[in-house]
Design a protein. Structure first.
Length: 315
């Protein structure tokens, strides 16, 4: 059942509907629910998808005062708003959502310790072969305040071997070795959107080697957001053998703070990317550095895709 964003006066009526529908399996409401409605939902033996405008702290307070155990025992998808990750961690501890497949949170400022506690609790509370989607994003579409998080924090999530979609509006200190471990840990991943913060003037630690690792391990990969360092040396030394890896469905590559060396030939770069990602149509780079080079790479990628399409039509 979907409830659109409405006038605040609608809150009691929406909550009344929820209270009188004990067999409700799914609810999406842009209007915060009353305490009674939350209690009813938490005790439901049918509820599977919960997407409400209430803050996680509100849920905690209501459950602690009113609802008996177990809480949300049948829930497979949770989407909610929160001011911090500490309250989400407490909610997971309280509920123990073993069947959770999807966790979507709108986060505010997040401290290093809060992120690690959340990931540790996810590992403890959720079944490792069930969870498929983790999304932590800023509620207004931007980025949460940037803390460069150590790679060991992300590694907690490596136990979720069925993960298909991970979107983290958080920045991690990652290199090729860690990305290779990510690729091996998440062979089913199709969408990877993890911010790799690079300080101004610095170079990303992630190179073309990481792209090869992801294509090699992740057969379903279709959407990728990365920070990348492209060098002429890597273009030459890593090209051998990538022809056999043409199984990737990526059509659009987002490179946050990409760095491309001055000696890189756009023709060589586009050829490498096209070989690795045969369906790649464009690369989006958020840095103004070497903008002309990236524009030329994109023109060549689009021309390659058009040529392949024409050749396929002629066959």
């Amino acid at each position: 059942m979907d409830f659109p964003h409405d006038h605040p006066d609608a809150t009691p009526s929406i909550s009344d509907i929820v209270v009188h529908l004990p067999s409700l399996e799914s609810i999406t409401s842009r209007v915060p629910l009353t305490d009674d409605a939350i209690v009813c939902l938490s005790m439901s033996h049918h509820l599977q998808m919960l997407d409400i405008a209430n803050d996680t702290a509100d849920l905690l307070g209501v459950l602690a005062m009113n609802a008996p155990h177990p809480y949300f025992s049948t829930l497979v998808s949770l989407t909610t708003e929160t001011h911090d990750l500490a309250t989400v961690t407490s909610l997971l501890t309280l509920c123990g959502l073993r069947n959770l497949r999807s966790l979507v949170l709108a986060i505010g400022v997040s401290q290093v310790n809060d992120v690690e506690r959340l990931f540790v609790e996810l590992v403890s509370s959720c079944s490792h072969d069930v969870l498929e989607l983790i999304m932590l994003s800023h509620p207004w579409g931007g980025r949460a305040e940037r803390y460069l998080l150590p790679a060991r924090i992300l590694k907690h999530l490596f136990v979720f071997n069925r993960l298909r979609n991970i979107t983290l509006d958080l920045s991690f200190d990652l290199d090729d070795d860690v990305v290779e471990q990510m690729a091996a840990a998440w062979p089913r991943i199709s969408c990877m959107n993890v911010h790799f913060f690079v300080t101004p003037g610095d170079h990303p630690k992630i190179t073309l080697r990481s792209l090869i690792s992801l294509v090699k391990h992740c057969r379903d990969l279709s959407s990728l957001r990365f920070a990348l360092n492209v060098s002429s040396h890597d273009l030459a030394s890593l090209k051998r053998g990538i022809d056999s890896l043409q199984n990737c469905h990526v059509t659009f590559l987002a490179l946050d703070d990409a760095w491309i060396n001055d000696d890189v030939d756009p023709a060589h770069a586009s050829s490498f990317l096209n070989t690795l990602f045969p369906k790649l149509m464009a690369v989006s780079v958020f840095s103004d550095r070497q903008r002309d080079v990236w524009n030329e790479i994109n023109c060549r990628l689009q021309a390659n895709v058009a040529t392949q399409a024409t050749a396929s039509g002629d066959m």
